[in-house]
Design a protein around this ligand. Structure first.
Ligand code: ATP
Ligand code: MG
Length: 330
């Protein structure tokens, strides 16, 4: 059952010579629908999910990667810095709805990267997610990516009413704004992982340009309790975050994850608050922004970016979702 979309044909499983009808069926039954899925999930997952020998799985995933490189979808294994530089200059950015926050990110959140926003309760993580969902529909000149949002809600805090109110405040048709968000409620960490594994075809078909996981860590934190469970939790979270990184690159979407912070009285340096998930989330996300309260406003600080300076900006939570304080409080 081929279709006439040429890119879809180029990305179909049987476009790889070694994938015959039986292997194709086996892969499809295990939830892989295109060669992008092979690259996102990687050989160990492919082998585990299909029962295929690991050697064959490594071979197929390599072929899939080479195909995506040839199609220019992912970077080649060896490229010059100039090529990377030129490519990065073309990277699309999505406005957060606040000029200050956009400046902090160098023009908005980046596609093909994972951005982590962490902070205490009520600092605006979920508000940023909702505002981005409204912004992503907008055209490039309006700060958007003319695409849809896929919102993975793990804390049951997605509110369509908030999408409507942010859209109305921004003079955007609320009906269109609602239609533009696909919501997947994740009931536990295993479900969250399944949703992510199945998200590839939806991202392609619906032209999703923004993937949100609010929050990435909450289920893991609730399910893996105590020191004994720590290493398993970190391992699972690590795998989840790596899939997100590969989805961002392979599907050319902006990924935003939120993370709660917990009080860490033993912290010696810096803030006494550290993101849950500790090093795992920190090392896999490309950009990390720490939010904290400042009177009625919020402060966002860029932390650990590979190229942004560590600096802070002020933003506010309003009927516009996130926006800029009308009077700068310095
Ligand atoms: N319509 C609105 N107008 C103005 N401010 C609002 C509105 N709705 C929510 N807020 C602000 O957003 C805050 C909640 O922010 P948000 O839900 O984003 O927090 P969070 O960082 O996601 O917290 P948690 O860790 O509990 O998930 C409220 O305390 C309020 O200040
Ligand atoms: Mg929240």
């Amino acid at each position: 059952m081929e279709n006439d979309n040429p890119l879809k044909v180029q990305l179909s499983l049987d476009s790889i010579e070694q994938i015959g009808p039986a292997t194709k069926t086996r892969l499809e039954q295990a939830g892989f629908s295109s060669i992008k899925d092979l690259v996102v999930r990687g050989p160990v997952d492919v082998s585990e999910a299909t029962g295929m020998e690991i050697e064959k799985s490594i071979y197929l995933c390599n072929q899939a990667r080479i195909r995506l490189e040839d199609l220019g979808i992912i970077d080649k294994s060896f490229v010059t810095a100039t090529q990377l530089y030129n490519k990065r200059k073309r990277e699309d950015r999505l406005s957060t709805g606040s000029k200050n926050l956009d400046d902090l990110f160098g023009g908005g959140i980046e596609t093909r990267a994972v951005t982590e926003v962490y902070g205490e309760y009520g600092t605006g993580k979920t508000q940023i997610c909702h505002t981005l969902c409204v912004m992503v529909k907008q055209t490039k000149s309006e700060g958007g990516l003319t695409g849809k949002a896929l919102y993975i809600d793990t804390e049951n805090t997605f509110r369509p009413e908030r999408i409507v109110s942010i859209a109305v405040a921004r003079k955007i048709d609320p009906q269109i704004a609602l239609e533009n968000v696909i919501v997947a409620k994740a009931y536990n960490s295993a479900h969250q992982e399944l949703i992510i594994q199945e998200s590839g075809p939806i991202i392609d078909e619906k032209n999703v340009k923004l993937l949100i996981v609010d929050s990435a860590v909450a289920h893991y934190r609730a399910e893996y309790i105590g020191r004994g469970a720590l290493s398993e939790r970190q391992q699972k979270l690590n795998k989840f975050m790596h899939i997100l990184v590969r989805i961002a690159e392979t599907y050319e979407v902006a990924v935003l994850v939120t993370n709660q912070i917990q009080s860490s009285p033993d912290a010696i340096f810096g803030d006494a608050f550290r993101p849950t998930g500790g090093h795992v989330v920190a090392h896999t996300s490309t950009y990390r922004v720490y939010l904290k309260r400042s009177g009625k406003n919020r402060i966002a600080r860029m932390v650990d970016s590979p190229y942004h300076p560590e600096r802070e900006v002020l933003f506010t939570l309003s009927e516009h979702g996130v926006s800029d304080p009308s009077v700068s409080l310095r």
